[in-house]
Ligand binder design. Structure first.
Ligand code: HT7
Ligand code: ZN
Length: 868
């Protein structure tokens, strides 16, 4: 299979200035007529234009209005080659495509009977022959003709400039986008949709119409998305001075979508999960995610659309930057500390694991077989951490200067990560050349810190050293790795009072392999708080006693490190207990954590969301990363024991706390109520871990009495993971009530797929045969198989039945939807980290998949990397 290399980038032989598209919509036989005005690139002395396609049926081709004979071009379903073209001309093609049989959800497809497109990264070639690459930017005019009854609404990018009734039951709408764009930002939606409308007046006084298009039955679930959009528009004006640039901003919600959403110019297409919300059907987390995804796609209008990527290797240019922007936005709307903790927990669980397995790659990869495989947490989440480091070093004002210069230099252009870094540096008269290493090296650096106290000099020395752990195999970006620039935020605390010694609060910059940093003038030995706010994406390795960690957990003024000290303390204890479990020894009681736990719950200086995070134990998968050989059973036993033991020690306090949080009165979505629900549901999980009829009843009562989905789903998930006698009744009741709402039905599948009770794996297998399960809907697949594949103790059941189940579905899904299948198969990427028995069983599935005769290239790429 063809490998694409970053080093092979060449500018195109022709530019495309204007694109005219005509769609005659039909589910089985849609006709697409494309007129492109092309201009030879004078830097590239070729007269040949090679237009790529995928699964297209070519009907005709002409140049400057003259139809070409068969011998004047070469064509296959994947390539159209035109030789000896004049320096400027107009090329017209006509192709036929079949939206209804397009299960890949890339190109033009049907979802719930409506037409919809997805072009990023390379879906436009499934619509028409084109220069399907992001550095070719053009102006578009789009004519859509469709059935008036099935397609009363027909949308595309930009402004609607004309419409007419065609008299034969069909009608036509013409759209024009005044901005140049790459073809991956093209969009078309047509079908039976209703609109929830709003507006926004920009800082310079222009009125923008805001339109949220959904299936008619969902029209009452759009207000939160609309408000989220308005907040995002205002925030980008306030923080970055960026205004919206069209008269209308449309969002369409669709049920079948491979990712979260797509930032097409003026016409975003969203997975309905990230648009639709009502308190009865969406949880607080859903509300938060909707706001974040709406913001993310909106922010792309500048970071991605106005300035785009020169080639797909630069993906982090728009994605890392836009994730950073959406993280800052959410931090401003909610709590910066809680947001940072949530983000880092996600980074550690997903990206750190990716960075230490066979798919490890730099945030700017060097090669790919399928670009779709590189929409990874490394490109997105680690990419955002790299942007955050510029921000940490420059401050908000310096970062803003860099952004302003980036837009001044590159508006309307397709550029590289180097261009961004240069703008940041030039605007601040500094040099960021060493940051290049973050773009070309894979793996998570380890930061080793030791401290030395000189009593007579009153001096503390922190000695820091960075290095990369070795990775198995010959992975890209792992040879001759050099030290990377690390901004390390540090503070000191008085060891007796716990007070912050604020004059020592600083950001240190480690750019070499090692360095010493000294803090002078101290009266007595302080406690150091290192890597505050997680100021660099590294694994911190610092020898600290349990007492020191408990001290930081109680006193650190940096909320992130306060939380992290608790996690580190719990991790150490849990790993020791896992070893005891593996050795068949009795497990230690987690006394120190348990005491700190009780103190946090009564600490008035922190909010309930922070308390919820502070008492949540590290995930099983994160604990696994810290073991030489992951033992999923021992980790599970230890974590369950730990939780039950803490709950047992504080049963009365937890019962009273749950009671008081549950007495809050009717549902409200203000931040304090959200925080209180969050804490209430973590407390409930502790209580139900006690496995008593009384504590089960608390969950059952919450389930039946809940007036909102947050409390109901939390109680259901906790019951589904328990031995409570109310378990089955709750699951049945939930299904009875919500089976008609696809997004809520997804939750029903997900809570069962995340359960780790005995027999959970057979339940997942049984659910895959349930009438509500379908492989055609990615949300449904993710809610059952995706959730199950990260449920460590169940997926890694020692007999390999979990692996077999996933293998079966990867093979079933891959021919229809390669993107979805390749996400699923990635669950095998960690196989080298397990014992030989499990390795063998996972390898068996990988080899079985690899030997499939018609394996799609997406899955092929992941499996080959794993097997290498
Ligand atoms: N930029 C969007 C990426 C995306 C995508 C990529 C591959 C296949 C399907 C896709 N749908 C959306 C989403 C974003 O990051 O904003
Ligand atoms: Zn994005």
């Amino acid at each position: 299979m063809q490998v694409v290399y970053r080093s092979d980038y060449r500018p195109p032989t022709f530019w495309i200035d204007h694109v005219e598209l005509e769609f005659d919509l039909d589910p089985h036989n849609a006709i697409v007529t494309t007129k492109i005005t092309v201009r030879r690139n004078t830097d590239q002395p070729s007269r040949t234009l090679e237009l790529v396609g995928e699964q297209l049926k070519l009907l005709s081709v002409s140049v400057d209005g003259v139809a070409l004979n068969d011998d004047e071009y070469t064509a296959s379903s994947d390539l159209l080659v035109l030789n000896d073209l004049p320096a400027r001309c107009e090329v017209q093609t006509k192709v036929a495509i079949s939206p209804v049989t397009n299960k890949a959800l890339s190109g033009l497809y049907q979802t719930s009977g409506n037409f919809c497109t997805q072009c990023e990264a390379v879906g436009f070639r499934r619509i028409t022959y084109f220069l399907d690459r992001p550095d070719v930017m053009a102006r578009y005019q789009v004519t859509i003709r469709g059935d008036k009854s099935t397609c009363p609404v027909m949308l595309s990018n930009g402004n609607r400039i004309a419409s007419q009734d065609l008299g034969d039951g069909r009608h036509e709408v013409v759209w024009e986008d005044p901005h140049v764009k790459p073809c991956y930002l093209f969009a078309l939606v047509a079908g039976n949709l209703k609109c929830h409308r709003g507006s926004f007046t920009t800082a310079s006084g222009r009125d923008v119409a805001l339109e949220i298009w959904v299936e008619p039955q969902n029209i009452d679930k759009c207000q939160h998305a609309l408000v989220s959009l308005q907040k995002s528009m205002k925030w980008d004006e306030d923080v970055f001075g960026l205004e919206y640039d069209l008269d209308v901003y449309m969002i369409v919600a669709v049920n079948d979508f491979n990712m979260g959403a797509m930032e097409n110019k003026g016409l975003n297409v969203f997975n309905s999960k990230y648009v639709l919300a009502s308190p009865e059907t969406a949880t607080d987390d859903d509300y938060l995610l909707i706001e974040a995804v709406i913001a993310h796609e909106y922010f792309h209008n500048w970071t991605g659309n106005r300035v785009t990527c020169r080639d797909w290797f630069q993906l982090t240019l728009k994605e890392g930057l836009t994730v950073f922007r959406d993280e800052q936005f959410t931090a401003d709307q909610t709590s910066a500390a809680v947001k940072r903790i949530d983000d880092v927990a996600g980074l550690r669980a997903g990206q750190f694991a990716e960075d230490s397995g066979p798919m490890a790659h730099p945030i700017r990869p060097e090669s790919y077989i399928s670009m779709d495989n590189f929409y990874t947490s490394t490109v997105y989440r680690k990419g955002a951490q790299i942007i955050r480091m510029y921000h940490t070093l420059l401050g908000q004002d310096g970062f803003r200067r860099g952004m302003d210069l980036y837009f001044r230099r590159h508006d309307g252009c397709a550029v590289t990560c180097d261009d961004f870094r240069q703008a940041m540096a030039d605007a601040n008269d500094t040099n960021f050349d060493l940051f290049d290493r973050w773009y070309s090296q894979a793996g998570t650096p380890e930061l080793f810190v030791t401290s030395a106290w000189d009593e007579s000099a009153g001096r503390l020395t922190l000695s820091m050293r960075q290095s990369y752990p070795d990775l198995a195999g010959d992975l890209p970006g792992t040879k001759d790795r050099k030290p990377v620039p690390l901004p390390i935020r540090v503070g000191l605390l008085d060891a007796e009072s716990g007070a912050e010694l604020s004059q020592y609060n600083d950001v240190l910059l480690l750019e070499t392999e090692s360095a010493d940093f000294q803090f002078e003038g101290l009266d007595r030995q302080p406690i150091a708080s290192v890597l505050r706010d997680f100021s660099a994406p590294v694994r911190l390795r610092m020898q600290r006693s349990d007492d020191e960690l408990a001290f930081l957990m109680a006193h650190d003024t940096d909320a992130f490190n306060r939380w992290d000290a608790g996690q580190t303390l719990a991790t150490g204890m849990l790993l020791k207990m896992a070893q005891q479990a593996a050795d068949g020894q009795p497990l230690d009681e987690p006394k120190l954590f348990s005491d700190a736990f009780a103190k946090i719950l009564t600490d008035d200086s922190v909010d309930e969301a922070f308390k919820a995070l502070a008492i949540t134990l590290p995930r099983e998968s994160v604990l696994g990363q810290e073991m030489d050989v992951i033992d999923p059973d021992a980790i599970h036993t230890a974590r369950e024991f730990f939780r039950r033991s803490v709950a047992g020690s504080h049963r009365d306090q937890l019962t009273a706390l749950h009671q008081s949080l549950a007495a809050d009165g009717p549902y409200s979505n203000d931040q304090q109520s959200i925080n209180r629900r969050r804490l209430k549901n973590v407390v409930l999980a502790y209580l139900v871990s006690l496995d008593t009829p009384e504590t089960d009843q608390i969950a059952a009562d919450q389930f039946s009495g809940a007036d909102n989905m947050t409390d109901q789903q939390a109680a259901l998930a906790i019951l589904a993971n328990s031995n409570a006698e109310q378990r089955i009744a709750a699951l049945d009741e939930f299904h009875r009530r919500y089976h008609g709402d696809p997004l809520v039905l997804d939750k029903w599948f997900a809570v069962q797929a995340s359960s780790s009770r005995a027999g959970a794996l057979s339940e997942v297998r049984r659910l895959s045969g349930h009438s509500g399960f379908t492989i055609d809907n990615p949300n449904r697949v993710r809610s059952l198989l995706g959730v199950f594949s990260v449920n460590q103790s169940v997926f890694h059941q020692a007999d390999g039945k979990g692996y077999e189940l996933l293998g079966d579905y990867v093979l079933l899904i891959q021919s229809g939807n390669p993107q979805l299948a390749s996400r699923l198969v990635s669950a095998f990427n960690s196989y080298r980290r397990f014992d030989t028995g499990r390795q063998e069983l996972m390898l068996r599935q990988l080899k079985r998949i690899a030997s499939e005769p018609n394996l799609c290239k997406d899955v092929h790429e992941i499996v080959q990397r794993a097997l290498k």
